[in-house]
Design a protein around this ligand. Sequence first.
Ligand SMILES: NCc1[nH]cc(CCC(=O)O)c1CC(=O)O
Length: 310
Amino acid sequence: MEKIRVASRQSALALQQSRWVMERLERAHPGLSCEVVPVVTRGDRILDVALSKIGGKGLFVSEVEACLARGEADIAVHSLKDVPAVLAEGMMIGAVPVREDPRDAVITRTGSSLAELPAGARVGTSSLRRVAQLKALRPDLVFEPLRGNIDTRLRKLETEGLDAIVLAAAGLHRMGWAERITEYLDVTVCLPAIGQGLLGIECRSGDDRVLALLAAIADPAATAAARAERALLAALDGGCQVPIAGYARPVAGGVALTGLVASLDGSEVLRAEDQGEDPEQVGRTVAASLRAQGAERLLETSASAAPAGR
Ligand SMILES: NCc1[nH]cc(CCC(=O)O)c1CC(=O)O
């Protein structure tokens, strides 16, 4: 019987995402059977140290990648948002399935909206991108670092005395926890992270058997968005030390991409937009127009002391 081995971290979200993909592959290919190959990453073992100090978020991806490189598994399902612009040698994104909600979501302790939170209210999020954009909106809020898996973050809303936390809606939806969400932030209010809500299915380049099976669950609109957003990421080359955001939506005849680079305190927010048929070209054009507005200066800012996360 035809088989696909899926390298997966053991966090609840990683397993959920892996199973979601496995189910769709098996449904698309009667007779195919998928199995999980468990991987424990350094990022999973060291949850209390800022990610920027232990090699950044790419390390969740790289140890799973190594498992593919050794031939111990055939595919790995990643939150595309956590996947660095450049993959390991010999690896590729073989398919991008249909997108989940790309927006950020707010969960407040009392159920009030973000706008109703009192001055000085404590908001948990480790994402420089969210902090910069929300500070521009509400400079009076106090932002606190918030790390850990989604379940840990939800728990910290209570245990750390926070008034609100901000998370990706996609993760909450995939876990079946949408009812916890108090408010969705429109993409015009808080532009999502590059790749947010998208899954990237990684495989070995040239693994034609696997690529042919993956093709059945690829979504054209999500694939075009992923290509545009990741071309922007690659062209900005900013890592996760600077607030960067990017969101591409399908339009007639192509994609429309909005990109954003901000200063850490949200006092400077640069935006650019472009649309067209060729997603990579659109990504590069948005990067160039951000640079023309002075993004370079912001991108050079090092924030090694700041918690990293998109
Ligand atoms: N940074 C960690 C991470 N990576 C992917 C998701 C959620 C799913 C997604 O955005 O696709 C999350 C949680 C979050 O940011 O709240």
